[in-house]
Design a protein around this ligand. Sequence first.
Ligand code: BES
Ligand code: MN
Ligand code: MN
Length: 454
Amino acid sequence: MDFLEYIENRSNENLEELKEFLRIPSVSTKSEHKADIERAARWVAERLREAGFANAEIVPTKMHPLVLADSLEAPSGPTILFYGHYDVQPADPLEFWTSPAFEPSVREGKLYARGTADDKGQVHIHLKALEALKKSKGKLPLNIKIIIEGEEEVGSVSLWDFVARNKDRLKADALVVSDTSMLARGVPSVTYGLRGLNYYQMEVTGPSQDLHSGTFGGAVPNPITILAEAIAKLHDKNFRVTVPGFYDAVAVPSAKERKAINSLPWKESDFRKTVGARGLCGERNFTTIERIWCRPTLELNGIWGGYTEEGSKTVIPSKAFAKISTRLVPHQDPEKIAKRLEQCLRKLLPKTVDFRFEVLSTGKPWVAPFTHPIFKMAIQALEKGFGKKAVFIREGGSIPFVTQMYDTFKVPCVLIGFGLPDENAHAPDEHILLENYFAGIKSMAIFYSSLAQI
Ligand code: BES
Ligand code: MN
Ligand code: MN
């Protein structure tokens, strides 16, 4: 297989090129990075052109541009859509990075920078795999469509609209995505399920302005106390969510699936080490892996209000705020869950305060069978590329586009992750193991070339 030699010979060049990509701070959530977002989109389009996708183009949207390309030179071959995202999460808190977030640095076989694992490093794996195939064979043995977006980390807002209006352009026999994780080091994995995500913000208002706590304290509603009380009631002692109806539609995994996921080569001790807390906790009667992959949750993501600066200030604040999210599993309906949470909170709050509840985004879960032959080919390609046994897993994170593609086209979605759960995605010192980056390029080249025969 000469393309493997091509890849091997280009290891250094590929790594240097990835570092270039990582130096662009394409943070999608902050408007000050708009120019960087555009630079990253151009960078991706240029690399695609160099890889042989002559028609790579940048499609503007209401928010951040999409990068699209295709190569349709295999009339009898299948058509695969590859999806990834070039946007990244903000780098802060900056002071916890060992080396600066946008200055890639290699230490002990790991490449550190924002976006290494999520998702620039994984996107680059596919660019380099496809380039190797195209350059060593002259043309690709299958049809490839590529869509790389810049809004994944903010909920893929513009993509909804684009997919709805451009079905023909995106239609394919299967979707391939690398934006997930491997189960553990040395265990290449194909993910067949993700949780959905709803995100909310709430605001509780007591007094119409801040008050002196000596003059007024004891006789007025304190929005922080009231918010905290309501939040504390959202779980019971067994870590179950108390929102009425929250579990109504939840599909419990079959005995067979539970057995399969609980016998994967996964160590709770590694998980505990990554977490770094004194202990773990979660819903009764479920294992840790079931809790994160198969059970819905309600999480507090942020809570603020009142005086939080240096020293003391005796004040009763006018307002208190919280950011809340729920991870959803089949067959929970995101809209219904949002309504139920809002109703529940309204009931929990006393009449002495005002309440604003905002649904920032909703997203359905995705779990699908992996019986289509393409899944076997993915496993085989991973086993060749890594020289290790590959497994099927579910994960707890969310990728809105996967659900949307599956619902729109009902095609197999093959999620092949090259990140690791302890690689600090969304956190300081994000990194990717170089052995996974390099084995990833090889396995994806093997995978794409094997798909020509599907
Ligand atoms: N790559 C992640 C999704 C992911 C994380 C999949 C962990 C599997 C395991 C993606 O970039 C992400 O962070 N998604 C967000 C949701 C999005 C709507 C902001 C998430 O899961 O919080
Ligand atoms: Mn991602
Ligand atoms: Mn992410």
